[in-house]
Design a protein around this ligand. Sequence first.
Ligand SMILES: Nc1ncnc2c1ncn2[C@@H]1O[C@H](COP(=O)(O)OP(=O)(O)O)[C@@H](O)[C@H]1O
Ligand SMILES: [Mg+2]
Length: 331
Amino acid sequence: MTETLLQQAGLEQGLPDHFEESAWVEVIQRMDAIYTDLVRYQIELEEKNAELERAYSELKQAHQALQDKQQQLIQSEKMASLGRLVAGVAHELNNPISFVFANMHALLGYEERFRRYLEAVHSHIALPEREALRQKLRIDRILQDIRPLLAGSMEGAERVSEIVKNLRQFSTPASQKPESFDIVALCQRTVMWLVRSAPHKPQIDLDCPEQLVIYNYEGYVSQVLVNLIQNALDAMDGIAKPLLSVKLWQEQDKLHLTVKDNGHGIKDVDLHKLFDPFFTTKPVGKGTGLGLYISYGLITEQCRGSLSAHNYYQNGDNGAVFKLSLPVNLV
Ligand SMILES: Nc1ncnc2c1ncn2[C@@H]1O[C@H](COP(=O)(O)OP(=O)(O)O)[C@@H](O)[C@H]1O
Ligand SMILES: [Mg+2]
């Protein structure tokens, strides 16, 4: 910069030997012009700076908005799979509740007949009449029926209470901090619930150790498992002998989990699109195309693991396998 200024003032060689007054005036004029230029440059620089700051703050806002959108996407995918699960659970609860209702209805009718019979007994009617009433109201039949009806209702109520208890355990933990949890138990609960709500129950092959405690994001891992298992169940829809195999094992500081199905598999042309947002081959209402995209993001960015997919062909059987790997200890 100094060099340029001296050059601009024509002074790069130093002061000439015979420097006259008129030359000084010229130098001062040039310096003046340079000063004016400098002020202009400074103003321009300040303007550029302000522009840059504005652009930076806009970028920051856009980044925040993008992060919020991503969070919303994760939430909406969770809601979509929860919606399907709730529909399945409602179906599951309907059965025991409906037989409790039917039993209660029968018991109410019995109570009415019992009351009539007891009133007759208490009013001391003659024995033959009483016997006739007993036959008519089918009191002996009622006495035989009451116990199984009560036992059935009891069983139904127990089923409902067991379903609700399990559902509570299954509900995704709200905390989005890493924590210690047993991934085997999480896996078993997820499989049990999703299979329960599946229209065609597959055979299940769970190959896991008794227990495997890892330190990672339980909520995220749970969301990913729900999606992988739901996808496997969807892929086996209409298959004659559906088989869902889930395998879990540890290798040094890594946990590996595979979800394998004998469904229709993934078309070769679709293999590289699986993890793209909104890629789905399912009808509206059944698929959002966000499950694998979000799962991939959660696993690679938050849980520091990996997620991959491929088809398999084995002993005349075929289908898809998804492999999830996670660090056993996130810190
Ligand atoms: N186990 C699987 N077998 C075959 N195709 C699968 C399997 N899992 C996922 N896919 C394919 O990947 C697509 C995207 O899956 P996903 O992102 O979970 O969205 P969605 O389940 O809402 O369609 C599915 O529509 C399906 O075509
Ligand atoms: Mg899915």
